[in-house]
Structure formats: structure tokens, C-alpha cells
Design a binder for this molecule. Structure first.
Ligand code: BTN
Length: 263
């Protein structure tokens, strides 16, 4: 009994230890490297720029100096792997909290883990499971556009930044401090017995994509279209297609305007 309490208390205190760099190829790659050498849960890395930033689905993540928050943290979850996909939900909830608290920017979440402001992407999250000598671990990487210089001009109609949304110069350190606090809180919640359900509920309440949205999902060569019908307990997107409800576990989601609105 005492041992259980001690373990729960100890896990709740995920104390981030931040290492800062001027330039790195990728903060995710560096955290993974240090994790292989035995780094503990909570190791966090921030870089002013990334020269080989990585996004989901093997894409590059544009990371020019001073234009974004490029951040990664090491987690060593002890809970069942079935809950691990919810770690990206934790990261999205925490980043949303941090943006609201430190920059007064309201966000929407697009499944699985893009943060949108004004219907444009402001933040991307890349969670990667890795094998280390101390066991399987997860590197959570967060790329937040602080200014419009963070993304290429070609995608200016799809992306936005904290500066544009808040109308003020972004305060990276204030956002980072709020992010670390919020991450600790949501990650602790995920470890509680009813935590997964609470995380899915919180995430769902903050996403306009949760239910009733006509979307297209592309995964490699496969494309599906349907209406979103909620989030399953493990974080999968429930999509109602002509073939019935499908559980989506990977892919890119885009909102589709009904034909009648395309005028
Ligand atoms: C996405 O495709 O939306 C996810 C982008 C994740 C980018 C961040 S920036 C910090 C960390 N390091 C990386 O190389 N990628 C993630």
C-alpha cells in the first residue's frame, strides 16, 4: 500500500530538466540519443534552430533560427502500451493550455495532434516510441510557430503563428514554462486509473474535429471520406463512411466543405 502510494506520487512528479542548444539537427533525435545513453524521464531539449527538423509521415519540419519553439521531452511510461497513443493527446492539451495561458491564443485540435488557430496550423507534434537499454520510451517533439518566419511562404494560407494570432511579440520562455507545467499535469492524469477516459474527454471537448465533421483522411495511397463520429478509448478517430464506422489510427485529416457550400 505504502509502496503504491510512493510510486504514484513519484510518477506524478515528472520534473523536466532542460538542455538548451543554439542549433541541432533535430531535438527529437538528440533526446533519443541521450535516452539510449540512459537519460531519465523528463529530459527536455530546446533548440533555437533545427537543421533537420522532422515532422509526421517522414516530412521535414521547417525550423529557422528564432522563429519557432523546437522542443522535445523524454517520457518513460510505465502504463500499458494501449494508452501510449494518448501521449500525443496529452501534448496537444498541454500546448493548448500553454498558448492560452502565456499568449492568450485559443486553439482547436485537429486529429491526431495538430493545433490550429483561426483554422491554420500553429503547432505540430511528433511522438516517437524508441527502444533504449532501460526499456521502451517515448520522445515527444513539439514544433510551435512563434512567428510567420517559421514556415515557408508557400503554405502561408495553411499556417499561422503565435505572433500573428496574439498581435504581440511571442514570449518563448513564458510559453515554454507554461508548457512544462501543463505537460506534467496532463501526463500525471494519464497515469491515473480513469485518466485515459478523462484525457479523451478533454481532448474531444477541445476539438471541432471530434464529431459531425466531413473530412478526408489520406494515409499513403489510401483516401477515405466520411463524417467524424467521436474518439475511441485508445485515441483512434471514428469515421463514418459509406462502408460503416472505420477506426482511423494514422493519416492526415482535412476538413471538406460540403458540395452545397462550394459556391
Ligand atoms: C508534424 O508533422 O506536425 C509534427 C512536427 C513536429 C516538429 C517538432 S520540432 C521539435 C521536434 N524535433 C523534430 O525534429 N520534430 C519535432
Amino acid at each position: 500500500m505504502y509502496l503504491c502510494l510512493f510510486v504514484a506520487y513519484n510518477r506524478a512528479l515528472m520534473r523536466p530538466r532542460i538542455l538548451r542548444y543554439e542549433s541541432l539537427p533535430s531535438t527529437n533525435t538528440e533526446v533519443a540519443r541521450l535516452a539510449s545513453g540512459g537519460a531519465e524521464e523528463g529530459l527536455a531539449i530546446v533548440a533555437d534552430e533545427q537543421t533537420a527538423g522532422r515532422g509526421r509521415l517522414q516530412r521535414a519540419w521547417s525550423s529557422p533560427k528564432g522563429a519557432g519553439l523546437y522542443f522535445s521531452i523524454l517520457l518513460r511510461p510505465l502504463f500499458a502500451p494501449v494508452r501510449w497513443p494518448l501521449i500525443t493527446f496529452v501534448a496537444a492539451l498541454a500546448t493548448g493550455d500553454a498558448l492560452l495561458e502565456a499568449a492568450k491564443v485559443e486553439t482547436d485540435i485537429k486529429w491526431p495532434n495538430d493545433l490550429l488557430a483561426d483554422d491554420r496550423k500553429i503547432c505540430g507534434i511528433l511522438a516517437e516510441a524508441i527502444e533504449t537499454p532501460a526499456g521502451r520510451a517515448v520522445v515527444v517533439g513539439i514544433g510551435l510557430n512563434l512567428t510567420d518566419d517559421a514556415f515557408p511562404r508557400e503554405i502561408a494560407n495553411l499556417a499561422t503563428s503565435v505572433a500573428t494570432q496574439s498581435g504581440r511579440p511571442p514570449e518563448r520562455e513564458a510559453i515554454l514554462a507554461a508548457l512544462l507545467n501543463a505537460l506534467s499535469r496532463w501526463y500525471s492524469l494519464l497515469q491515473e486509473p480513469e485518466g485515459a477516459l478523462k484525457i479523451v474527454a478533454a481532448w474531444s471537448s477541445r476539438s471541432s474535429y471530434t464529431a459531425g465533421k466531413l473530412v478526408r483522411v489520406t494515409n499513403g495511397a489510401e483516401t477515405l471520406q466520411g463524417i467524424t463520429r467521436g474518439i475511441a478509448d485508445d485515441g483512434a478517430l471514428r469515421l463514418e463512411t459509406a462502408q460503416g464506422i472505420q477506426l482511423i489510427r494514422a493519416g492526415d485529416v482535412t476538413s471538406v466543405r460540403p458540395a452545397s457550400m462550394n459556391v
